[in-house]
Design a protein around this ligand. Structure first.
Ligand SMILES: [Zn+2]
Length: 233
């Protein structure tokens, strides 16, 4: 993880020099996303975002078919150099994918619904089907998201994520917490991703609300973290 000189820009360095994988901090509200992209050396006019709907839908970005912000989906994959794949989050998990062998990138929005519907497994499958990627060769990174420490949920989550919930005793009785990042990692590993290739930023958006937007902590902020993934052109 590298923090650029400019405050509020976080770049993964685990992927090497051929790709740019980064996410933004509070210093870059929506109105300043162009500036954030420029600092990363990316062309803001080539930013591709989606109408995120907590689904497991993924879209292949190709020169002849570039989705728009009305496209209902939660993941993007491409081999197009210069295309800037963007995902917006504030507590959900931005997940970055890189296949160095076939020069393909992807990014996914994974909240609890997306995880429940298997969006990350579908992303690995989409890499295999579209680019002949070998899952064991994929590199994956996990951006800032609400972590087990702060993610208190209802009892129904025991059914949704039976292996990843924990009952925590607190001053106001027992509460249920879910570890979505752990659920995500085991999903990826079950699809054949090498655990040594999963890189976690480790940031909790709620604990680190000083640095990142958090939907829960800020009572439904309209601001978002912009995570981007691009193959250098
Ligand atoms: Zn936390």
């Amino acid at each position: 993880m590298t923090q650029l000189k400019t405050q509020g820009i976080y770049r993964f360095d685990c992927f090497g020099d051929e790709v740019i994988a980064a996410f933004s901090g509070r210093e870059f509200p929506r109105a300043q996303w162009n500036e954030y992209l420029r600092e990363l050396g990316l062309d803001a006019s080539r930013l591709v975002t989606l109408r995120q709907i907590h689904s497991a839908n993924l879209v292949l970005v190709q020169p002849k078919s570039i989705p728009g912000e009305e496209t209902p989906a939660d993941g993007l994959i491409t081999r197009m150099p210069g295309a800037v794949l963007g995902i917006q989050t504030a507590d959900c998990i931005p997940v970055f994918f890189w296949d160095p062998e076939h020069q393909a990138v992807g990014i996914v929005h994974a909240g609890w619904r997306g995880l429940y519907y298997g969006i990350n497994q579908k992303a690995v499958q989409a890499f295999r089907q579209n680019f002949l990627s070998r899952p064991a060769h994929l590199q994956v990174a996990i951006g800032p998201s609400i972590r087990k420490c702060c993610y208190e949920v209802g009892a129904e989550f025991k059914d949704y994520f039976p292996r990843h919930f924990e009952t925590v005793a607190g001053t106001h009785g027992e509460t249920i917490h879910v570890d979505l990042a752990a659920a995500l990692k085991s999903e990826l590993i079950s699809e054949g991703v090498d655990p040594a290739h999963i890189h976690d930023s480790g940031y909790c958006t709620s604990c680190r609300n000083d640095a990142f937007f958090s939907y829960r902590r800020e009572k439904e902020t309209p601001e978002r973290i912009l995570s981007v993934m691009a193959l250098k052109s």
